[in-house]
Design a protein. Structure first.
Length: 283
């Protein structure tokens, strides 16, 4: 199994786009965006240039992929009017069940845009699909972070081929909740990509205990699964001091001889937290 993060927050944009190659070519969450406002400032030129660069990389890989997965309908996870959906198998979040108003509207717009151009469209919530030697399993819809999140629901997915298994858990924001944590543990992946706690909201949109719960769940996953590499990225690394916030998790990983790293570090690239650096980029 070849795992290639294409765009993530540690690479400078909001995204969790990941290309996976087994005997099938799969792209999870083919989208990217930048935060519209941070510190009261719009995106810098540096961020917009990076978005253009990484968006093209995503589009190129999407055209190559046979299967496209959309975990939910936020614009950093799919491109709504792309030209790469033709003749693809789309495995997507159900557009009408367990979904909030804005995502329901966006899903309808996407389905109207793609029409009958894809080879097949499957609503993937809680289902398992078999493609030759590759199996793709989806969680039931889980909250986008905390219970009753205004952001709605997302899907996690696991991709297995032979004895290898990758689990992609975008936007569970921690994970915060026991349901998401337990699904990850039950799937028992070798490789985990997970969105960490959005610590930039602690004390405002999130209670302080959200970080504590996230760290507790991440340690539980490290202890109770065969995960060797955890890419912990996305919401977490919108905080320049993210490593200080997850020191307990990093310590646990070291004790268990496991890796907890960003997508940039996995690729051997510098960590560039452009959104978190927006003030200095404008200066």
């Amino acid at each position: 199994m070849e795992i290639k993060p294409l765009a993530f927050d540690s690479l400078g944009v909001r995204s969790a786009a990941t290309f996976v190659q087994t005997d099938k070519k799969i792209l999870v969450d083919p989208g990217a965006d930048v935060g519209p406002k941070r510190y009261g400032l719009p995106p810098s030129t540096t961020e917009l240039n990076r978005l253009s660069q990484l968006s093209q990389i995503i589009r190129d890989h999407a055209k190559e992929a046979e299967i496209l997965i959309i975990s939910h309908y936020h614009h950093d996870h799919y491109f709504p009017d792309a030209d790469f959906y033709d003749d693809k198998i789309l495995l997507i979040k159900h557009p009408r069940k367990d979904i909030n108003y804005s995502q329901r509207q966006r899903s309808a717009e996407l389905l109207n845009w793609v029409g009958k151009k894809p080879k097949k469209i499957e609503f993937a919530d809680g289902k398992t699909f078999k493609f030759k030697k590759t199996t793709i399993s989806f969680s039931p819809a889980v909250w986008h972070g905390e219970t009753n999140s205004k952001s709605g629901f997302v899907l996690m997915c696991s991709i297995s081929s032979g004895r290898e298994k990758l689990l992609h858990a975008a936007d569970v924001q921690g994970p915060q909740l026991e349901a998401a944590t337990q699904w990850i543990i039950d799937e028992n992946p070798d490789f985990l990509l997970v969105s960490g706690c959005p610590t930039m909201f602690l004390g405002s949109k999130l209670p302080p205990q959200a970080l504590e719960q996230s760290n507790k769940n991440l340690i539980k996953i490290l202890q109770q699964t065969r995960v060797k590499t955890m890419i912990l990225d996305h919401h977490l690394v919108r905080d320049l001091n993210y490593k200080d916030k997850i020191e307990r998790v990093l310590k646990s990983a070291r004790e268990l001889n496991k890796r907890v790293i960003t997508a940039a570090e996995y690729l051997g690239k510098p960590v560039e937290l452009l959104e978190a650096q927006r003030k200095s980029l404008w200066e």
